[in-house]
Design a protein around this ligand. Sequence first.
Ligand SMILES: Cc1ncc(COP(=O)(O)O)c(C=O)c1O
Length: 311
Amino acid sequence: MTNKYAFFEGRIVPIDEAKVSIMTHAFNYGTGCFEGIRAYWNETEEQLYVLKLREHYQRFLRSSHIILISLPYTVDQLYNITLELLRKEGFRQDTYIRPLAYKADSGVGVRLHDLEDQFALFAIPFGKYLEKEDGAKAGVSSWRRINDNAVPARAKITGAYINSALIKTEAVMKGFDEAIVLTQEGHVSEGSAENLFIVRDGKLITPPVTEDILEGITRSSLMELAAKELGIETVERPIDRTELYVAEEAFFCGTGVQIAAITEIDHRPVGKGQIGPIVRQLRDLYFSVARGQRKDYLDWVTPVYATVPAI
Ligand SMILES: Cc1ncc(COP(=O)(O)O)c(C=O)c1O
């Protein structure tokens, strides 16, 4: 099953009608921003649950604000458009949702001002992002992370993903599954398209939001789950490269990657060289919440299809 529709220029249209010109500003200069949202199919309830839908649109509007895109929609309106599109698609499987805000004018001239802004949205069935979720091999990239004073990583800007693409492809070409990228100053920032945590002395550590990371929604969700459900606090502090080598556990997290254990970094085993207990517990928790199986976390998910009221 694939997707049949998109939201484009103000309405839901057949996917073949959602096309832009090669002269589009965003296509030429990367002047757009986007989101990646997941919806999880719950087979028992025959329900599709969208994870943290509101939070993603809040970040989307923050990204838009940074690059001077002004959309005629509120978070609530974007939320409703998304549910409408998903219902029309009728997906009964895990789904990835991609909203885009972009500079839509045709023509030449690099700038952000005096340009038309547009919004588009599509959703596709989607499974794993990283094949080896149980034991990814990572290498520290020779590329550096984009800097807030050049290209802000805090905003999910389309053009900025050339940095992620360079990082990812170098890693794969070198035989790794993923990369870990350092800031200009040499601290650990994140993965190519995911945030990163390590475990030292039983505590979770992750780089703070001032280390040129995307302020990940999975990252903050996991910090909350770890504290509430496992009693493990997360320390947000700069991480040195060699702390990666001596960590007990390490993992990537993000909407795409979900939670992937890192079992080797720069050819050194992490901990015992296999998925560790904290990563495993967090991953189990995360998926049960995402699929709407944890009734105490139903406010994290939005059901797409009408629910039959209990009698
Ligand atoms: C560069 C980068 N870092 C981190 C993440 C994780 O963010 P989130 O958990 O909000 O999906 C993503 C995207 O998913 C990303 O592209």
